[in-house]
Write a protein that binds this ligand. Sequence first.
Ligand code: SF4
Ligand code: F3S
Length: 104
Amino acid sequence: TFVVNESCIRCKIMDCVDVCPVDCFYEGENMLVIHPDECIDCGVCVPECPVDAIQPDTEPGLEKWLSLNAEYAKIWPNITVKKAPPPDSKEWEGKPDKLPYFSP
Ligand code: SF4
Ligand code: F3S
């Protein structure tokens, strides 16, 4: 499966949503997650994200993010059409250690 990592937090650009053939993105207040049981590993969302927030779960160190994606995909609403990113989205691009800003 593919996983949304912390780069998405507060950027939430949502270009990924429009290309997913199985609509497996779920929307939180300031990031999206992928439902690991629904993702078909097509990879088309990866180049759509300008901040490289989507990675295969085979990348080392992503366990925490895989768990977070799995947990919140069960709770958050499905999103199938891109919305407007937050007004300050650009300011958060490339910022490290954004987990403290995660909104459950
Ligand atoms: Fe959707 Fe494909 Fe991305 Fe999985 S890899 S989230 S199926 S676009
Ligand atoms: Fe997040 Fe990138 Fe999608 S910032 S909402 S994973 S396009």
